[in-house]
Ligand binder design. Structure first.
Ligand code: GTP
Length: 304
């Protein structure tokens, strides 16, 4: 069964290195969407969220403090998103990740099987601090890698702090960003001032609505019955490297009463028995996913 994405809460993820202009962008988004119900999930590494005081108290805000969304707080994201939905019923949720969060991990955290029925990830927006990005060779290999991954996996990249760059710098950083993420949309801004069109219409400009064609994508498949474990394993072996993560709940024919939590990351599968009788949904996350092919393969697993 193919999940429909209509009528869900739209989720935007703001990623980007420390101090790149994420909160500045968030403020703009709130202004642009003043006529829609927006809630924020703010993630800070420390115990105190400075940005909540900057943003004021008009917009509902949940916080994930003292850790990074993409590592130790992954399961908390699921809890917080349920809580936001329950308490505020927003049209839009914006997540501001910490500067050190990896976008694929955040994306994955927001695709817990229990969330997919009401959350639709619209876009990952990555802020790039232009001057700092050009100067990134001064940082450790890990930091440089993270900064580049944040660019690589974004649907839109906002190269910020234009006012601090020469025309040559702007050209150079734009070329570097485009070569890391040729399919992404690139904006060059001061104080994260993206064009209004980014937020037009239903909150998504037509270009962004097409984001399923590039960057990270996901699909959700619901099994209605237990499947054959050997076929499942051969399907896993056949997957291309562009499949980044899979997770969800399954039942196998050998033990049809047992729900199994399944996770797949970097080609390594993990199976754990699950106590609760949860819906048998599988979330697949990848780059350039061939969804029709995937759907056919999952149908074959289900019906053969
Ligand atoms: N000169 C200049 N400063 C900017 C620009 N955009 C943001 N800033 C400043 O940069 C600082 C960091 O901006 P924030 O929006 O808080 O950045 P952030 O990514 O949310 O920062 P963290 O939450 O600490 O990771 C603030 O002092 C902003 O006023 C810009 O385009 N040019």
């Amino acid at each position: 069964m193919w999940e429909d994405f209509m009528g869900k809460i739209k989720l935007y993820i703001i990623s980007g290195f420390l101090g790149s202009g994420k909160t500045t962008l968030l403020k703009q988004m709130l202004t642009q969407w003043h006529d829609q119900k927006v809630a924020i999930l703010m993630n800070e590494l420390g115990q105190f969220n400075v940005d909540s005081t900057i943003l004021g108290d008009k917009t509902p805000m949940n916080e994930l403090l003292n850790g990074c969304i993409c590592c130790d707080l992954k399961s908390d994201v699921e809890v917080q998103l349920h809580d936001i939905r329950h308490r505020h019923q927003p049209d839009i949720i914006i997540i501001e990740a910490t500067g050190v969060a990896h976008p694929v991990e955040i994306y994955e955290a927001c695709l817990a099987p229990s969330l997919t029925s009401f959350i639709q990830i619209q876009s990952i927006l990555t802020l790039v601090d232009g001057p700092r990005f050009l100067d990134r060779a001064q940082y450790s290999v890990t930091t440089v890698h993270l900064m580049e991954e944040q660019v690589r996996y974004a649907h839109s990249v906002i190269i910020n702090k234009k006012d601090l760059m020469s025309a040559d710098d702007i050209r150079s950083v734009t070329e570097q960003v485009e070569s890391l993420n040729p399919a992404g949309e690139v904006f060059v801004t001061s104080y994260s001032e993206v064009p209004d069109t980014v937020f037009a219409g239903e909150g998504v400009r037509p270009g962004i609505h097409q984001h399923h064609h590039h960057g990270i994508q996901s699909m959700v498949y619901t099994f209605t019955a237990p499947i054959d474990s050997r076929r499942f394993v051969s399907w896993l072996r056949s997957l291309p490297e562009s499949v980044l993560r899979i997770k969800g709940y399954l039942k196998f024919r050998e033990n049809p009463g047992q729900v199994v939590l399944f996770q797949y990351s970097y080609g390594i599968p993990q199976y754990e028995p699950e106590e609760m009788n949860l819906p048998l949904k599988l979330v697949v996350i990848g780059e350039q996913l061939d969804k029709n092919k995937m759907l056919d393969q999952l149908d074959q697993l289900q019906f053969s």
